[in-house]
Design a binder for this molecule. Structure first.
Ligand code: G3H
Ligand code: ZN
Length: 275
């Protein structure tokens, strides 16, 4: 069933465990992620990023409606979240979609600019019953490059959460977006210090680059929401390529079905590692 993000994250935090959030690009991703989560018997978050909305010609409604419908039919609790939103118009477009949360990303602005934009977004979100995540200390690699080594400072994080009223904080602790190898080295000591300093749940971005054992360790150290995208794209695209290499194919279902199965297998494994 469709469940609120705040509820899933709150439960995970209370239980000292994690909840995985996977990026949805197409309907097949939503179906695959839910199939994997059902197979493992774990709750899951489906997240649609601003980049994914851009891919869908800038329109949130169609992919949101499909994703919500998949969540509603799921045998496990599934939340739907809007990820890495930089545009206020897109944030406001969640109203009426069934999406219960968003990550507002003003992390590339300076500290004062990030606080001002995030506080405004959080105020608006709370007026509309939405849960809001924000980021402090830019997690590297959104354009594919490796992390610049930026870290979230615990004292600044405490000040940022108090000044903005956000419900969760994405922290820079050594991971980097869009890694296709799992070689990221997390700063577990920093995760522990952030967890001690903050009451809000911590979010790990760029989790595709983190080895399995370190994902488990990160959750034990205090990460609650674990965002995963790229590793699913690797599974999806490898499966498509294998089908196309195997011989002449015309019907897209011939390569989309194995791709969806490959993503489901990856999700089933990761949700068990994380939650
Ligand atoms: O917000 C989404 C995640 O941070 C995904 O990162 O594609 O590197 O796993 P990733
Ligand atoms: Zn991210």
């Amino acid at each position: 069933p469709l469940t609120a993000t705040g509820q899933l994250v709150g439960q995970a935090q209370a239980n000292g465990t994690g909840v995985a959030a996977f990026n949805v690009i197409t309907l097949e991703h939503a179906e695959a992620i839910v199939a994997g989560a059902e197979h493992a018997g774990r709750a899951v978050i489906l997240q649609i990023s601003e980049n994914a909305v851009r891919f869908h010609h800038g329109r949130l409604a169609p992919i949101a409606a499909a994703t919500i419908a998949v969540a509603e039919l799921a045998a496990v609790p599934v939340a739907v979240h809007l990820d890495h939103v930089e545009s206020r118009d897109l944030l406001h477009a969640v109203l009426g979609t069934g999406i219960s949360s968003a990550m507002f990303d003003a992390s590339t602005r300076d500290y004062a600019g990030n606080v001002a934009a995030t506080a405004e977004a959080a105020g608006w979100a709370h007026e509309h019953g939405l849960w809001l995540e924000a980021e402090l200390g830019e997690v590297g690699g959104k354009d594919g490059a490796h992390a610049p080594g930026v870290r979230t400072d615990p004292a600044e994080a405490v000040e940022f959460v108090a000044a903005t009223g956000v419900d969760a904080l994405a922290v820079a602790v050594g991971s980097s977006h869009a890694m296709t190898d799992r070689t990221a080295a997390l700063d577990f000591d920093l995760i522990g210090r952030l967890r001690e300093a903050l009451a809000v749940p911590l979010v790990l971005h760029g989790s595709s680059g983190v080895p399995d054992g370190d994902l488990t360790r990160a959750v034990r150290a205090g990460i609650v929401k674990v965002n995963v995208g790229t590793i699913l794209n690797v599974a999806f695209t490898d499966a498509v390529r294998a089908q196309l290499d195997a011989g002449p194919v015309v019907d897209p279902r011939r390569y989309l079905a194995p791709a969806r199965e490959a993503v489901a297998r990856t999700v089933a494994h990761l949700v068990t590692t994380i939650s």
